[in-house]
Design a protein around this ligand. Structure first.
Ligand code: ADP
Ligand code: MG
Ligand code: ZN
Length: 476
């Protein structure tokens, strides 16, 4: 019997608001423990939460980007449980009336378009962080308590670990385009719980699922799901029952482990949050938010292919980050040929940025400078290899390409007599190679061209060098 996997993801995204969801404490990451707390987020008796409007706006934005219905009327609910990082003894979340419902997100898997439905997006508060010290003591940092968290729940429409990772990547890209979440997986701004079950291929019923908690990388989502799917198939083949439970991924062991039996909704004693009024959203606010939305990655990919004539591969890479897509478009607007600009970004700029671990926004190199550099190559002032050198220099210093050319004396040598002189010099210094060439070793042309480029410090016009080398060698 062949089995297939059924997967649904619950993704938690920390929102990029300046302050927490129900108080004015800062949400900044990495501060000294317990320096960003107040009576509200510490859950002192008698305090009252006040909703952060920006958090609602960000959630609506996300809902719109993911094709959801925005609820005109929604409300918060209390989810009761005890844990040391949850000082109130309950989490304010949403339950029966979430802010967004019934959306979808499209991903491309092996060239095939797949629509993954989104069940709901709701708003809640994050919990604090338990730190288990090597000394045997445990500590609690409440800085994260009350940071706004959006939970995006998919329908069980995902069918493979690879699809799950692609879905999560797409989701992250959209959140970053919208500017509602920084998508930083290492810092935990984006985390994922993966629900998975298996069933015989052809069956329409779902199997019993397990949930793998708190996965914080695309690779781990894939790995954890691959492991868990195989574990479930093996168990079923052995005649065992899958138990509904919460499991943890151990990256070092490459295995999932049972953490606890699955809690049911009724275990949480959900009830409407009495300290907050329901949220009523008017359509004019939704319209305003719609107007403020940027062009999203799917739109940009199509635009880059249709309007700029880029190959789909280039379009895909250049639209992964909004900043890069905009940098590209700016350069094209200034007169750069789209494919030429795309090549410079993909080959040179992205490499330099990745090496530095930088964001393109922090980069001093401006699109206008790339366009100028391309012009210098096109009009023959410099050759392409020197262009690469100048590009790196521009990237490092932010200087204009022309001034780098002048400063370093990199102007291309296109003067015939200088090039011929250099070729003669190379020929007289390498009589053996000339002999071999005469005896039919045509491939030595490359050697002579290389030597000429070397003595002209890479500045000779390579096209002319090539032409003259062949001509002069044949005359020898
Ligand atoms: P629960 O009430 O157990 O938390 P939900 O209906 O809220 O379950 O779904 C939680 C997540 O699990 C969703 O992303 C959903 O798509 C996914 N899911 C639900 N049933 C299954 C199943 N049988 N196999 C895999 N994933 C599932
Ligand atoms: Mg659930
Ligand atoms: Zn606070």
């Amino acid at each position: 019997m062949q089995y297939e996997a059924v997967i649904g993801l619950e993704v938690h995204a920390q929102l990029l608001t300046c302050s927490k969801i129900f108080c004015s404490c800062s949400t900044q990451f990495g501060s000294e423990p317990n320096t960003q707390v107040c009576p509200v987020c510490l859950g002192m008796p008698g305090v009252l939460p006040v909703l952060n409007k920006k958090a609602v706006e960000f959630t609506i934005k996300t809902g719109l980007a993911m094709n959801c219905k925005i609820a005109p009327y929604s409300r918060f609910a209390r989810k009761n449980y005890f844990y040391p990082d949850l000082p109130k003894g309950y989490q304010i979340s949403q339950y029966e009336l979430p802010l967004c419902e019934d959306g979808y997100l499209e991903i491309t898997v092996d060239g095939e378009e797949r629509k993954i439905r989104i069940k709901r997006i709701h708003l809640e508060e994050d919990a604090g962080k338990n730190i288990h010290d090597a000394s045997g003591y445990s500590f609690v940092d409440f800085n994260r308590t009350g940071v706004p968290l959006m939970e995006i729940v998919s329908e069980p429409d995902i069918r493979s670990p690879k699809e799950a990772a692609l879905y999560m990547k797409k989701l992250r890209t959209i959140l970053r385009y919208l500017g509602v979440c920084d998508g930083n997986l290492e810092q935990g701004s984006l985390r994922c719980d993966a629900n998975v079950s298996v069933r015989p291929i052809g069956s329409t019923e779902f199997g019993v699922k397990t949930e793998i908690k708190n996965i914080n990388s695309f690779r781990f989502v894939e790995k954890a799901l691959e492991y868990e799917i195989q574990r479930q198939i093996k168990a079923i083949k052995n005649g065992e029952q899958i138990v509904q439970e919460t499991r943890l991924w151990d990256a070092q062991a490459g295995k999932t482990f049972s953490m606890r039996s699955k809690e049911e909704a009724h275990d949480y004693r959900y009830f409407p949050e009495p300290d907050l009024v329901p949220i009523v959203i008017y359509s004019d606010w939704i319209e305003k938010i719609k107007e403020s939305m940027p062009e999203l990655p799917d739109f940009k990919i199509k635009k880059f292919i249709n309007q700029y004539g880029l190959p789909p591969y280039d379009a895909e890479i250049l639209t992964e980050e909004k900043n890069i897509a905009e940098w590209f478009e700016e350069a094209v607007k200034l007169g750069g040929k789209p494919k030429e600009v795309a090549n410079w970004i993909m080959v040179e700029l992205l490499r330099l940025i990745n090496e530095d671990g930088k964001d393109i926004a922090e980069c001093t190199l401006k699109p206008s400078q790339l366009v100028e550099l391309i012009k210098l190559i096109e009009n023959g002032t410099i050759n392409r290899n020197i262009g690469k050198e100048i590009f790196e220099e521009m990237y490092k210093t932010g200087k204009a390409p022309e001034s780098i050319v002048k400063e370093k004396g990199l102007t291309q040598i296109s003067d015939d007599s200088v090039i011929i002189g250099a070729i003669k010099e190379v020929i007289s210094k390498n009589p053996k190679e000339v002999e071999r060439f005469k005896n039919g070793e045509e491939k030595l042309i490359g050697f002579f061209v290389g030597q000429v480029m070397k003595i002209t410090k890479g500045k000779a016009n390579p096209k002319l060098v090539n032409e003259f080398v062949i001509k002069i060698l044949k005359e020898e």
